[in-house]
Design a protein around this ligand. Structure first.
Ligand SMILES: [Zn+2]
Length: 305
């Protein structure tokens, strides 16, 4: 039996067509693949898009995840008008007594921050090995939101936009429009964005002025702190900070629709960009896992948050 991780999408196919291809066998037949062989179709596609080559470390790690057999993982890549595709990995953990908690994890929105996509890939690989870490969770991971930027090593996208200032303001950027649709449809209960900052002295995060976010961010920073120091300054990135927690929020950052109630938890985790990517990624993975563990405790104790 072929794993859902091997559900592959051609950039020519629409999002809805891709969603229909949940039958592994049908897809493999469609792809003309020998059903007894590992699916290599993905290797012939550059999944960030036809015109973009991602940095090798990211491309290779993602290709490995896609080719790993796991009943928990599926992959789609709806195409964008820019010649890229929006890579999306859905990891559905083992069942719990409650409904699946839907979490969106977003990385690579700034192309000069490769640690996020590496962390997202490592997280998926770890969850494939240890699915119990995501028990009760449905994680949707978007590791390479700005593939042109990642390929060029630039913060901005190919048209010079900072994509993380474009949300919910009728942006012209195709990936922002598609992500807004995804955010509306999924109604995530939690949104986690991973970033790196080349001006900070250590780990910190944005809690957007909400207590729940802060209660999740602090354990995430503690877990990440096993790998990298915390930024203890009272002023980070120009904002007042309290032990690495900033309450301010930029307008236009990737977030849930304003009319979503109850609002999801919404956390931005920042690593020091000058630290080795490996350490940043390790800090990010442990930070995300800490958020999942902590939010599960909230659900268990608090019921509907
Ligand atoms: Zn960033």
């Amino acid at each position: 039996m072929v794993s859902p991780s091997q559900i592959l999408a051609s950039p020519q196919e629409s999002w809805h067509q891709i969603a229909d291809f949940r039958s592994d066998l049908a897809l493999r037949t469609k792809c003309g693949l020998d059903k007894s062989l590992p699916c290599r179709f993905v290797d012939r596609l550059n999944h960030a898009g036809t015109s973009v080559r991602l940095p090798e470390a990211i491309a290779q790690a993602l290709a490995e995840v896609r080719s790993t057999v796991s009943p928990h993982l599926s992959f789609t890549a709806p195409p964008l008008a820019t010649g890229c595709a929006l890579e999306r990995y859905d990891f559905i953990g083992p069942k719990a007594a409650h409904d699946f908690i839907r979490i969106g994890l977003f990385t690579g929105i700034h192309g000069d921050e490769p640690a996020g996509p590496i962390a997202a890939t490592r997280l998926l690989a770890q969850l494939i090995r240890q699915p119990h870490l995501a028990t009760g969770y449905h994680l949707t991971v978007y590791p390479t939101i700005n593939p042109h930027g990642l390929a060029a090593g630039t913060r901005h996208d190919e048209a010079g936009f900072d994509l993380n200032r474009e949300f919910w303001k009728e942006s012209s950027r195709p990936v922002v429009k598609l992500l807004e649709q995804e955010l509306r449809a999924a109604r995530f209960q939690g949104i986690i964005a991973l970033h790196a900052d080349d001006t900070c002295e250590g780990l910190y995060g944005y809690a957007h002025g909400r207590l729940l976010n802060e209660e999740l961010l602090r354990p995430a920073l503690r877990a990440s702190g096993q790998h990298l120091p915390m930024d203890q300054r009272p002023l980070i990135d120009g904002f007042a900070a309290d032990e690495g927690v900033i309450h301010f929020c930029f307008p236009g950052v990737l977030s849930a629709p304003a009319d979503q109630h109850p609002a999801p938890f919404d956390i931005i985790l920042e690593t020091p960009a000058k630290a080795p990517d490996d350490l940043q990624a390790a800090a990010m993975v442990d930070g995300v896992l800490a958020i999942l563990a902590e939010y599960r405790r909230f659900i268990a104790f608090g019921g509907d948050l």
